[in-house]
Design a protein. Structure first.
Length: 306
């Protein structure tokens, strides 16, 4: 604002009122031009509104800060030019925006969960089935919360609530059924005239991811397909035998002979005492100690004596 003054005595008139009116008329006519002229007056400019976006950067480890808008209102700064006023406002934004974003509740922090996993055993298999162990995982970053602990708790809650259902669903897990079956087979490839093969037990274990019945069928198939061959390899053939009679002569008497299956057998004769002869069914006699052959007696089971 500029003051334009008409000095006392500048105007003369027949009356005071007329003289003052002349002075006032001068003010009215020339005051604005005077204010606008040269350096009699000056101009001032106020800033326009200025804003900046700042990300809160003082969150804890793992936290992500929100974006905060810091604004300098229009008219906050005054300067001789518009550019200077606006520059002052922008400088305010640059200097104070980040601190504003970090202060109090102006900004917020968010945390994402770390990966969480749990092991669950499939428990909806049929009778006899054993479920596999299935890992259920909640990926890192699935849940967001205001603290790391809260985000992790949400992920763990997901594991606890949904892990078992996941293990049981579709093909996520598998069921294993186990079956063991066995049968006896008589060796049937003996080439001794009139010979008879021994009986051998063959046992087979099978597993299935389909059902118990399928596991049973696989085990029986193994028995039926391989049992006879196993008996023919592992079984023994009966050799031609005859009956031998011996009597022991006291403690320490024994006899060594080959039984009908070709095995060497040692048997004590002392158990027979010095009474009637004992009989042994054997292929041949290898050795007799402190005993003697005799005649008669009762035939016993192969390899035995009485």
């Amino acid at each position: 604002m500029v003051i334009y003054t008409v000095a006392v005595g500048t105007y003369t008139a027949a009356t005071q009122a007329v003289a003052d009116a002349l002075a006032q008329d001068d003010v009215n006519k020339n005051g604005q031009a005077y204010a606008n002229a040269g350096t009699n007056g000056s101009c001032s400019f106020k800033n326009v509104a200025k804003s900046g976006s700042f990300t809160k950067n003082n969150c804890g480890v793992g936290g992500t800060g929100s974006v905060v808008i810091y604004t300098v209102a229009a008219g906050t700064y005054t300067a001789a030019t518009q550019a200077v006023a606006d520059a002052s406002a922008q400088d305010d934004v640059n200097k104070n925006g980040q601190a504003y974003a970090n202060a109090g509740t102006n900004g917020s922090c968010s945390f994402k969960n770390v990966a969480k996993s749990g092991s669950f055993t499939k428990n909806n298999c049929g009778v006899g089935g054993t479920g596999s162990v299935v890992i259920y995982t909640v990926a890192a970053g699935k849940y967001t919360a205001s603290t790391q602990a809260a985000a992790d708790a949400l992920a763990q809650d997901d594991v606890n609530k949904n892990g078992q259902a996941y293990a049981n669903a579709g093909t996520n897990g598998s069921c294993t059924y186990k079956s063991t079956k066995s049968s006896y087979f008589v060796r049937n490839n003996c080439d001794t005239a009139g010979g008879m093969g021994s009986s051998v037990e063959y046992s087979a274990t099978a597993t299935s991811n389909i059902s118990q019945a399928d596991a049973d069928a696989k085990a029986w198939a193994d028995v039926n397909n391989n049992g006879q061959n196993f008996a023919n390899i592992r079984g023994k053939c009966e050799l031609e035998t005859q009956v031998f009679h011996f009597r022991g002569n006291g403690q320490g008497s024994y006899i060594v002979y080959i039984d009908r299956y070709g095995d060497e057998v040692t048997s004590e004769l002392s158990n027979w005492g010095v009474g009637p002869c004992g009989a042994i069914v054997a292929v041949s006699i290898i050795k007799i100690f402190n005993g003697s052959a005799c005649s008669g007696g009762e035939e016993v089971e192969p390899g035995g004596g009485e």
